[in-house]
Unconditional design. Structure first.
Lengths: 426, 427
C-alpha cells in the first residue's frame, strides 16, 4: 500500500489520505465513532435509525437527490451501521469525487429529520427487523449474544429491540444525531486517483468550517467477567437446527488478538478481508473435517470481529436435519480441547500465514476495500493495525496459539446456544 | 488504466475447441480464473432435477490423482479458492489465488474437470448436504417465491421452470452411475471458455492452459431448442412480480437494460425504490432486475414487504410498470441513467473479478472484444422511444406473474455466522 497521510483539521476531523493511480477511481468515506455500542435499553437501534435519516434529506439535498447525484456520475454509494461505527461512502470516477464530500459535509449537520419521514422510517425499520427475524441465525445470534453480554451494549443487536423502535421519538433521534455527528468524532478517508494536497484542500473546503461539538463524558461500559458456562435454547420455526458458541475475546488492540486469528484459521479456515465477505472454502480446516466430513453438520464457520471493547469469538454450525445439536456440540468440544491440549503444527501455522497474506492482497485490490480498512482500523485502533497486520501475524508461534486456545476457548468462558426447530427432523 | 479491448485482451482458440482469453494486470498480486462449459441443468431430464448441480459439486470430491481432502488442502494452504457450479445453460468454474500459485490452481481445476472419480462415500455425503440445503431453503421465503415464479412463468418441460439444486425426491434417487454418465455425456473441451485476468504474462497463461487441458477432448451435447414461452396471464401466488424477459441476443436487449435501470436501479433502486419505500411502511426494499442470459430468463421486480401491505405494494409496482409503458422517460432522467451506466464502468473494471466477468460475458454472448469500448456509444444511443418500446414488449401492468412467499422475506444473502453483519442502508 502507498503512503498514508494522517492530518487533523482544527475542528478535530481526522483525515486519512492514500494516493493510488492504478485505476481512475476514488473512494471517499466518512466514519462516525457511534454505533450500537453507544446505546442502552430505551434507545436500542437509534444509531441505525439515524443512519436511515441521513438519507432522507437536507435543505440542499432533498431525499434521494444525493443518491442520484452520485449515481449519475457513475458512482456507487451506501451507508452502514454496526457496533462501533456508522459510516457513509461513495466510490466514483476520480475526477467526480467532490460531490460526495459536498453531500457528507452537508448531512453531517443539516439533516432535517422531518417528523413524517421519521414515521415513515419507523415502519420501514420495523419491517427490516421482522425480515431479519425470518432468519434462524439472526434469532439464535441475538439470543446468545445477549446472554454473553450481561451489561455491555454489544449484547443487543444493531437493529434494536422492537419496543424501542416503537417508542423512540423524533427528538430522541435528533438529539443523538447532534451529539455524535460532529467533526471531532469523525474520520474522513480518501483512497484513489487524486493528488494528496488537492484532496486535503477539498476536505478543508467542505468540512473545515463545521464547528466541533462537545461529546458526552462517557461512563465506559465494562462487561463483568464471565465466571461459568451459559446456555440458551431458542425454539423456533423451521426444520434445521443450528448451534452457536461464543467466547469472550480480546479487543483488536490486544496482543492476543493475532494468535486468536491464527487459531480461527486453523479451526474454520481463512477469513476474508473484503468488506464482510467470506474467505473462500474451508474444507481443509479442523472443524470442517470434524463436523462436516463426518456428516454431523452441513457447514461450520468462525468469526472474530475487531472491536473497540472486548467482543466475542463466535463459532456457528448448521446441524444436519437428522442429527442433533448435542452431537455436534460434543464433537466440537473434542476439537476445541484438542487444540488446547497440543500446539498446532508448523504446517498449519505456515498455511494460516499464507492464507492471511492472500486475503490481505485480495482486500487491497479495490480502492473501496482499502478505504474501508483504513477507516475501520482507525475506529478500533489506528491505520498501523491494518498496515502492520501481516507482520504481527507472522510473529505468532504455535505456543501462542495454544495459550490463547486455553485461555479463551474454554467452557467457563462460553455461551452456548441451540436453535431447535419446532418441526422435528425425520 | 485503459478500457479492456482488442489491444490488451488476447483470445486463443485451442485445437480442441477451448477458447481462452487473457488480460494482464500487473498492478495486482492476484490472478482470477473464470469460465464455463456448455453443459447445465438444460441437459438433465426433468425427473433427475438437480443432476447437473450434483455433478458439478461432485467434481472436487475426488480425482484419479487427488482425494477430496488433498484437493482442498492444496488449494486452501496457499490461500486460494476454486469452485464449480451449475446453472441452466452452463457449468461455471472459477479460481482465485496469488499470481505465483496459478500453475497449481490450473492443475487442480483441470484435474477436477478431466478425472473426477465421484467416490461413492463422498457422493453420499454430498447428497446429504444437498438434501439438507433443500430442506433449509424450504423455509427461506425468498427461495420459495423464486421457485413459485418459475413454475408459473415457464411451461412444463422448460428448464427454467425447475429448481437448479433439485427436489428431495429427485436428488434422493440420483445414483453414482447417473452422475458419471452425465459427466461423460456433457463434459469436454468443445464449448469451453476460460478467462484469466491478473499478474501473469499472456503467453505464460496460454502455455499453462495448453499444458493441462490442451489434449482434452470434447463432448458434443445435442440440445433440443427451448420450449416456447407464452406471455403471462394474470396469476396469483406470492412477491416476485415479473415476466419472461429478453435473452441477451435480442436486438432490443440494451433498450430493456436501460429501461430496467430507470425502473428499479438508478440511485437507490430507481423509480420502484422511490415509490415503494417512500410510501409508508410498504417495503424496506424494492428493485428490479433483468437476466439477459441465453434464453428468456426472468425480468422481475423483487420486493420485501410486510404481509399486511402486499396488496398495496403490488399496486405500486404495477403503477410504476404502467407508467414506464405509457409515458416516455424524460430526457433528463434518461441522461442521468445513461451517465450512471456509462460512468460506473471504471468501478466495475477495477478488480480482476470485474474484468474477468466482463470478458466472459463478451465471449458468452459473442459481443466482440471491442464491446467495452463501444458500450458508451451503445447506451447513449438509446432513446426514450426505444425504452418505451422495450417496456411495452416485455412488461405489462395487467398481465404478469406474481409469486409471494408467506411472512416477510429474509436477507438476500443469509449470513453463515450468527454474528450479524452490519445493516446496510440499500440493497
Amino acid at each position: 500500500m502507498n503512503d498514508i497521510t494522517k492530518t487533523q483539521l482544527e475542528n478535530g476531523l481526522t483525515v486519512l489520505l492514500c494516493e493510488t493511480h492504478t485505476a481512475p477511481v476514488t473512494s471517499f468515506w466518512i466514519w462516525y465513532r457511534v454505533g450500537s455500542r453507544y446505546e442502552q435499553v430505551g434507545i436500542t437501534g437509534i444509531a441505525h435509525w439515524v443512519e436511515h435519516m441521513l438519507f432522507k434529506g437536507t435543505p440542499r439535498w432533498p431525499a434521494r437527490e444525493a443518491d442520484k447525484a452520485v449515481a449519475r456520475q457513475g458512482g456507487i454509494s451506501n451507508g452502514m451501521t454496526w457496533y462501533d461505527f456508522t459510516t457513509y461512502f461513495a466510490t466514483l470516477p476520480g475526477e467526480r469525487i467532490e460531490v460526495e464530500l459536498d453531500i457528507e459535509a452537508d448531512r453531517m449537520t443539516n439533516a432535517l429529520f422531518e417528523p413524517e419521514e421519521v414515521e415513515a422510517e419507523r415502519t420501514v425499520i420495523i419491517s427490516e427487523r421482522q425480515g431479519a427475524e425470518n432468519d434462524p441465525l439472526f434469532l439464535l445470534g441475538e439470543e446468545t449474544r445477549s446472554a454473553a453480554f450481561r451489561a455491555h451494549p454489544y449484547g443487543h443487536d444493531t437493529i434494536g429491540y422492537l419496543f424501542d423502535l416503537l417508542g423512540m421519538t423524533r427528538d430522541d433521534l435528533y438529539d443523538f444525531y447532534r451529539t455524535y455527528y460532529v467533526p471531532n468524532n469523525a474520520i474522513a478517508v480518501a483512497v484513489g486517483d487524486f493528488e494528496r494536497e488537492a484532496m486535503l484542500d477539498l476536505v478543508r473546503k467542505h468540512f473545515g468550517s463545521i464547528p466541533p461539538g462537545t461529546l458526552p463524558g462517557r461512563h465506559r461500559p465494562v462487561e463483568p467477567p464471565q465466571k461459568g458456562e451459559r446456555r440458551v435454547v431458542y425454539e423456533g420455526q423451521g426444520n434445521t437446527p443450528y448451534i452457536n458458541l461464543l467466547f469472550h475475546a480480546p479487543p483488536a488492540t490486544d496482543d492476543d488478538f493475532y494468535p486468536l486469528v491464527v487459531l480461527d484459521s486453523v479451526l474454520t479456515g481463512a477469513s476474508g478481508m473484503a468488506p464482510f465477505s467470506g474467505g473462500g472454502t474451508n474444507k481443509s480446516s479442523r472443524l470442517y473435517r470434524a463436523l462436516v466430513d463426518t456428516e454431523l453438520a452441513v457447514q461450520v464457520s468462525g468469526s472474530l470481529v475487531p472491536t473497540v471493547d472486548p467482543f466475542v469469538y463466535s463459532l456457528t454450525a448448521t446441524v444436519r436435519p437428522e442429527r442433533g445439536p448435542d452431537e455436534v456440540e460434543e464433537r466440537l468440544w473434542e476439537e476445541l480441547e484438542r487444540v488446547a491440549a497440543a500446539p498446532i503444527t508448523e504446517e498449519e501455522l505456515v498455511k494460516a500465514s499464507k492464507q492471511a497474506r492472500a486475503q490481505f492482497a485480495y482486500s487491497s485490490e479495490s480502492v473501496t476495500g482499502q478505504a474501508f480498512w483504513l477507516g475501520w482500523s482507525e475506529v478500533f485502533a489506528d491505520t498501523d493495525w491494518y498496515i502492520g497486520y501481516l507482520d504481527r501475524l507472522s510473529g505468532v508461534t504455535p505456543a501462542d496459539v495454544q495459550r490463547v486456545a486455553r485461555q479463551y476457548v474454554r467452557r467457563s468462558n462460553s455461551t452456548v446456544g441451540w436453535y431447535v426447530p419446532q418441526e422435528k427432523a425425520k | 488504466m485503459t478500457i479492456p479491448g482488442p489491444q490488451d485482451i488476447s483470445r486463443h482458440e485451442l485445437e480442441n475447441g477451448i477458447v481462452l482469453l487473457v488480460r494482464e494486470n500487473h498492478s495486482s498480486p492476484s490472478v482470477v480464473v473464470s469460465g464455463y462449459l456448455a453443459v447445465g441443468s438444460y441437459d438433465e431430464p426433468e425427473e433427475q432435477a438437480g443432476l447437473a448441480a450434483f455433478t458439478a459439486d461432485g467434481l472436487t470430491r475426488g480425482t484419479i490423482r487427488r482425494s477430496f481432502d488433498q484437493i482442498y488442502e492444496e488449494v486452501e494452504s496457499v490461500g486460494a479458492s476454486i469452485g464449480f457450479s451449475a446453472s441452466v445453460h452452463y457449468t461455471g468454474f472459477g479460481a482465485k489465488s496469488l499470481a505465483e500459485d496459478l500453475p497449481l490452481v490450473l492443475d487442480i481445476l483441470a484435474d477436477a474437470l478431466r478425472h473426477p472419480t465421484f467416490p461413492p462415500q463422498e457422493m453420499e455425503k454430498l447428497r446429504g448436504e444437498i438434501l439438507a440445503d433443500i430442506r433449509e431453503r424450504s423455509h427461506d421465503t425468498r427461495h420459495m417465491a423464486s421457485l413459485a415464479f418459475g413454475e408459473l412463468a415457464y411451461p412444463q418441460g422448460h428448464p427454467y421452470r425447475r429448481s437448479l439444486i433439485g427436489y428431495a425426491e429427485t436428488v434422493s434417487s440420483i445414483t453414482r452411475q447417473d452422475l458419471a454418465a452425465f459427466y461423460e455425456r456433457g463434459f469436454g473441451s468443445r464449448g469451453m471458455v476460460m478467462v484469466i485476468v491478473g499478474a501473469v504474462e499472456a503467453g505464460r497463461a496460454v502455455e499453462l492452459v495448453e499444458g493441462v487441458l490442451g489434449d482434452w477432448e470434447g463432448s458434443n451435447l445435442d440440445r433440443a431448442p427451448l420450449p416456447p414461452v407464452s406471455r403471462p396471464e394474470k396469476t396469483q401466488a406470492d412477491i416476485l412480480l415479473g415476466y419472461p424477459g429478453p435473452p441477451r441476443s435480442d436486438p432490443a436487449f440494451l433498450d430493456a437494460l436501460v429501461c430496467n435501470t430507470v425502473l428499479g436501479v438508478f440511485g437507490m433502486m430507481g423509480r420502484l425504490g422511490a415509490r415503494v419505500r417512500e410510501e409508508q411502511g410498504l417495503a424496506y426494499y424494492s428493485f428490479s432486475r433483468i437476466s439477459g442470459g441465453k434464453g428468456p430468463g426472468p425480468w422481475e421486480v423483487v420486493a420485501g414487504v410486510h404481509p399486511a401491505y402486499v396488496d398495496k405494494a403490488v399496486e405500486s409496482i404495477r403503477g410504476e410498470i404502467r407508467r414506464i409503458c405509457q409515458e416516455p422517460v424524460g430526457q433528463e432522467e434518461l441522461e442521468d441513467t445513461q451517465n450512471y451506466m456509462v460512468g460506473s464502468m471504471p468501478l466495475q473494471l477495477e478488480t480482476n473479478e470485474g474484468v474477468a466477468r466482463a470478458i466472459l460475458n463478451i465471449e458468452k454472448h459473442d459481443l466482440g472484444l471491442d464491446y467495452m469500448e463501444r458500450y458508451s456509444g451503445l447506451i447513449r444511443a438509446v432513446t426514450p422511444e426505444r425504452v418505451q418500446a422495450a417496456a411495452r414488449q416485455w412488461l405489462d401492468p395487467d398481465a404478469y406473474i406474481l409469486a409471494i412467499a408467506g411472512p416477510p422475506t429474509s436477507n438476500p444473502q443469509p449470513p453463515t455466522s450468527s454474528i450479524q453483519p452490519p445493516t446496510w442502508s440499500s440493497e
